[in-house]
Design a protein around this ligand. Structure first.
Ligand code: 5GP
Length: 189
């Protein structure tokens, strides 16, 4: 997606070896107009897919997931990282290794919000090692629903998560694919 690629090149900041900071339009300050264009693009790419619900993970996936959901006219569910007092025990839960924080944490979704046979599109901001997506697919499997597609805003191809996802037979669409970073510069596919 040209608009997103241009924005990454203009405003993205490379942190260390393998992190891209996009706090000025996606992860902290949010450019809603740009997100809306992304929503349209996902709707176009998955136009032949029946989608009943969108699943994402808090916090950074929620914004884009909500925009995409408007195009499919379906609800969004986000996996929660913290088990609040108001969350009962009837949850699907899975472990996710966080690449950016170098820790493992649990995420959960109330059983009420994943129904058997439901067709679920996963949306997230980044694809790095694929652990967040793996966790969300595990939750969908626990609920006996179906992952019908995965939409990612920025995929870091050099972290090689795509092969494992494609091996599951699920379609993966990324709006921008990063080949690598060199001397603080971003190289896009
Ligand atoms: P994965 O589970 O694929 O290793 O990592 C995906 C999650 O880590 C995303 O939900 C995202 O929040 C975070 N993440 C991974 N790489 C980056 C990155 O380069 N920049 C930012 N801002 N977040 C990232």
């Amino acid at each position: 997606m040209k608009l997103l690629k241009e924005r990454i090149l203009k405003d993205g900041k490379v942190i260390g070896e393998d992190i891209l900071k996009v706090d000025s339009f996606l992860n902290h300050q949010v450019d809603v107009k740009l997100l809306n264009e992304m929503g349209k693009e996902f709707a176009m790419r998955f136009k032949d897919t029946k989608v009943d619900k969108i699943l994402t993970i808090e916090a950074s996936g929620i914004g884009i997931a909500c925009i995409v959901a408007q195009y499919f006219d379906v609800p969004v569910v986000f996996a929660k990282k913290h088990k609040g007092l108001n969350m009962d025990n009837s949850v699907y839960e899975t472990e996710v290794f966080s690449f950016t924080k170098n820790t493992t944490y649990n995420v959960r979704v109330a059983k009420d919000f994943i129904t058997p046979n439901e067709k679920i599109l996963i949306i997230d901001d980044f694809l790095a090692n694929g652990k967040a997506i793996e966790g969300l697919m595990d939750i969908i499997n626990q609920g006996k629903a179906e992952t019908v597609g995965i939409g990612i805003v920025i995929e870091k191809a050099f972290q090689n998560a795509r092969v494992d996802i494609e091996n599951t037979g699920v379609r993966l669409e990324s709006l921008a694919i990063i080949e690598g970073f060199k001397d603080g510069k971003v190289y896009l596919k």
